[in-house]
Design a binder for this molecule. Structure first.
Ligand SMILES: Cc1cc2nc3c(=O)[nH]c(=O)nc-3n(C[C@H](O)[C@H](O)[C@H](O)COP(=O)(O)OP(=O)(O)OC[C@H]3O[C@@H](n4cnc5c(N)ncnc54)[C@H](O)[C@@H]3O)c2cc1C
Length: 355
């Protein structure tokens, strides 16, 4: 077949226009070149259809620089092996996605979908218990991992606690007590631990085939060390026991104290972030059955991504029974989730490099 390079470049541009945002060289420079993530392969230089990028060799390394006029076609960013553009790379496999809201009245963070789905699974006897994080009765806002076996008891454990909870330890306690089917709610790092137990030849779920777990991950940019969060708030004149609600939305931590709401850019809490968060690139929890968060949905709704057939069937069942209401997530909302995932991945680059 006769090759036509010009036609191939035009087709790439057409597809990019259709499928993704078209990022200018500036974005590649900011996220990949300036952070030191560039692998010096020359893909961006070679792919630029208007020859606007040159590879310059400094005494240390090869650096792509803009020497012509960028037409913002997006090809350099899309072809770079270190940029994050593919859906699978950003949020993993997703079979179905929705914005959902619980139809029952209970404590919740966003749409209450997580609590509603767990309640549905308990009522339908799909699981014997749900491992969640409840607020400690002694130490305000300290998470206590707890196994709930009745729907009504889930209602006191709705809402988000922005501190690591030991849900995996609690899950194992449940299995030791001979429970055999549990749902576990956790951040991507918690779900990673379960994934390891599923994938490793000596892992629990390989050794004990009768134990089953349904994994619900919560989207997570970062969580905070309990003591550091308390100290941060104290410095701002707030005692944590007076906080009635925490929320992170649009890059801000919002703290509700009765009728008063105080907020800070999350970046200001960097020193309070758990050290492990610097090692995490997974915003949505790729190894879960269901991933849930607020990004991508309006206030009061939960974005829900189903990654397995079982998870999709459970949501369809809960919708049919009226336990939750909602609609399919549109492409723009899914893109918002991917943008947050990309932000987290780029954050990892910045932390890992001193360039
Ligand atoms: C540390 C952390 C950071 C997050 N950051 C983001 C973010 O950046 N962007 C975003 O879109 N969403 C984020 N989320 C998810 C979001 O806050 C909500 O949990 C999600 O939208 C589900 O809302 P819901 O109303 O459906 O859940 P609910 O019905 O309120 O149920 C929430 C469930 O999560 C459990 N839970 C609460 N805290 C923890 C915890 N620390 N560990 C394990 N289980 C817990 C509760 O026990 C409850 O079962 C974060 C969650 C956590 C825990």
């Amino acid at each position: 077949m006769k090759r036509n390079h010009k036609a191939a470049v035009e087709e790439m541009q057409r597809l990019l226009k259709q499928n993704t945002k078209r990022y200018a060289f500036k974005k590649l420079e900011k996220e990949v070149i300036k952070t030191g993530a560039c692998v010096e392969c020359g893909a961006c230089v070679a792919a630029c259809p208007v020859d606007a990028i040159s590879g310059e060799r400094t005494d240390r390394k090869y650096v792509p620089i803009l020497t012509g006029e960028c037409i913002s076609c997006g090809i350099c960013y899309a072809m770079c092996p270190r940029s994050f553009v593919l859906q699978d790379q950003l949020i993993g496999e997703v079979k179905n996605s929705w914005k959902l809201q619980s139809t029952r009245d209970h404590m919740r963070q966003d749409g209450g979908a997580v609590t509603a789905i767990l309640g549905y699974m308990l009522d339908e006897k799909m699981i014997e218990g749900a491992v969640v994080a409840c607020r400690s009765s002694d130490t305000p806002w300290l998470p206590v991992a707890t196994t709930i076996t009745r729907r009504e008891d889930l209602y006191r454990c709705g809402g988000t606690i922005y501190t690591h909870a030991q849900v995996i330890d609690e899950m194992l306690r449940g299995f030791k007590k001979n429970l055999s089917s549990l749902a576990v709610v956790g951040t991507a790092c918690n779900i990673d631990a379960i994934h390891r137990m599923e994938e490793h030849s000596e892992g629990l779920f390989n050794v004990d085939r009768a134990a089953s777990v349904f994994k619900i991950s919560l989207f997570c940019m970062e969580s905070f060390n309990y003591g550091d969060l308390v100290a941060f708030l104290k410095k701002a004149g707030i005692e944590i026991e007076n906080v009635s609600h925490f929320a992170i939305t649009s890059g801000e931590l919002k703290v509700t104290l009765g009728s008063d709401v105080r907020s800070w850019p999350v970046a200001e809490l960097n020193t309070a972030a758990a050290s492990s968060c610097a090692f995490c690139q997974d915003f949505t929890g790729k190894y879960s059955d269901l991933s849930c968060g607020n990004i991508g949905s309006d206030e009061g709704w939960t974005t829900v991504l189903a990654r397995t057939d079982r998870a999709a069937d459970i949501i369809k069942g809960a919708l049919k029974k009226g336990i939750v209401k909602g609609e399919a997530l549109d492409a723009e909302s899914l893109q918002a989730v991917m943008n947050s995932a990309r932000f987290k991945m780029n954050k990892y680059y910045r932390l890992q490099t001193g360039h």
